[in-house]
Design a binder for this molecule. Structure first.
Ligand code: FAD
Length: 403
């Protein structure tokens, strides 16, 4: 079975690197759980149906944290994922995400101290670093609503003068008149590691992961039945954390949410002079640029030595099943926009990307989260992390799911 082999390989790597604690691989978790859990007798020729306290659809960062919190509350929980883990088809893959307190919305800024605390707890349990504090610079023109919102939520001391900015971020050349704010709590979340750590912590608490199983059908009721490509599962509670596939999963339940999946160009830019500082710079966000209205953000070199990640905070509408179907030779306007930005703001980087990858955002109309019960079936919860913020609070969010 492909996924058993895959998880064995993954454990070997993590143990050899002295990383995560040994835990039973998810397929073994599944078998142990089935021995322990109610497995309803099936009629001859019918698939067996296994019962749980809760089922979570989607093993991205949101669904994995929801499952973890349920298991922490001693709920026998099944986490279903359509692809074999780890995978790079959704929104949670990759080595790095920015975490920050600098938000224009004060409520998000206020949630961050607790969020950092929860990351710290997971880090302690995993025994490996999941977060690297680098600080974060927010750059923009006075009067820009996002910049002013961040300035309000961070307080007047956050403003950096030009000399300090040049010391902390020598490679960054702001335009005349731009203001820089300093978020000292900002940094890089080691995304793939964090995802694996939470899935392992879930398994250690007796949770069951079934990857390579796509959910095909949901039959609502006091006890919900979920049919996948490989089995039948029942639980009194269902959490849907399906990211860009959310509408495909909820449509048969009579819902159509106003979501827009976007294909994001994830670009990495080479230092002109190797070792010139790309690895030790802070994270940054540039807001209010007339040619990049959704903003640009960057992280120090991490994934690839000497390559700095700088991306546009927007993408092209897509269907998650068709993400990579881009006609050859078609223009990449967001890459051109980033090249312009690099030439003027980060002249120490080559202005053509050295590596170009893809990822998915799923935007809600107002850019905020969705976390709610199905209007008709209150034991079905639907959650979605809009835009590039879903890595900041998945633990907080997961605990809301589970409560
Ligand atoms: C390029 C990029 C940069 C980002 N940067 C940041 C950042 O700096 N800071 C930040 O906070 N956030 C950032 N984000 C956002 C953050 O990564 C996402 O919000 C978060 O990963 C979303 O997680 P998710 O679990 O909701 O979605 P996903 O990771 O997509 O998980 C959904 C899962 O559901 C599974 N699924 C769907 N349908 C089914 C089905 N029928 N059966 C079984 N499984 C199913 C999918 O396969 C998928 O694994 C970034 C995102 C991208 C793409």
């Amino acid at each position: 079975m492909g996924h058993k082999l895959h998880w064995r390989e993954k454990k070997t790597v993590s143990l050899r690197s002295g990383g995560l604690c040994p835990v039973p691989p998810p397929w073994l978790c599944s078998q142990l759980q089935e021995d322990r859990m109610g497995t309803d007798m099936a009629a001859p020729g019918q698939p067996r149906c296994t019962s749980y306290d809760a089922i979570v659809i989607g093993a991205g960062i949101q669904g994995s944290f929801a499952a973890y919190h349920l298991a922490q509350r001693r709920r026998n929980t099944l986490l279903l994922e359509q692809f074999f883990l780890p995978h790079s088809r959704g929104s949670s893959h990759g080595q790095s995400r920015i975490t920050r307190s600098a938000y224009p919305q004060e409520h998000y800024a206020h949630m961050m101290p607790h969020s950092f605390h929860l990351w710290q707890q997971l880090e302690d349990e995993a025994g490996i670093p999941l977060y690297r504090r680098t600080g974060l610079v927010v750059l923009g023109l006075p009067g820009d609503p996002k910049l002013e919102g961040c300035r309000r939520s961070m307080g007047p001391d956050a403003v950096l003068d030009a000399v300090t900015l040049a010391q902390r971020f020598p490679g960054l050349r702001p335009r005349p008149g731009e203001v820089a704010l300093w978020d000292r709590s900002g940094g890089v979340l080691l995304a793939d590691r964090a995802l694996r750590a939470v899935q392992d912590a879930f398994c250690r608490r007796g949770g069951t992961v079934r990857d390579g199983e796509k959910v095909l059908r949901i039959d609502p009721g006091a006890v919900i039945t979920v049919t996948t490509t490989a089995g039948l599962y029942r639980a009194p509670r269902l959490i849907i954390a399906a990211g860009a596939w959310t509408n495909a999963v909820v449509a048969p339940l009579g819902l159509r949410l106003p979501l827009q999946p976007l294909r994001i160009d994830v670009c990495y830019w080479r230092e002109k002079e190797p070792g010139s500082g790309g690895a030790v710079t802070p994270c940054f966000m540039a807001t209010g640029l007339p040619y990049a209205p959704h903003g640009i953000y960057g992280l120090p070199a991490l994934e690839y030595p000497g390559l700095v990640k700088v991306c546009y905070h927007h993408g092209s509408p897509t269907d998650p099943e068709e993400r990579d179907r881009i006609p050859s030779g078609s223009p990449r306007p967001h890459v051109s926009l980033l090249s312009n930005f690099i030439s003027s703001y980060l002249p120490g980087l080559e202005p053509q990307p050295a590596v170009l990858e893809s990822c998915l955002y799923t935007n809600t109309p107002d850019g905020d989260f969705i976390l709610d019960q199905h209007p008709k079936y209150s034991n079905i919860i639907i959650g979605l992390a809009s835009q590039a913020m879903g890595s900041n609070w998945p633990q907080w969010w997961g605990s809301c799911y589970a409560s």
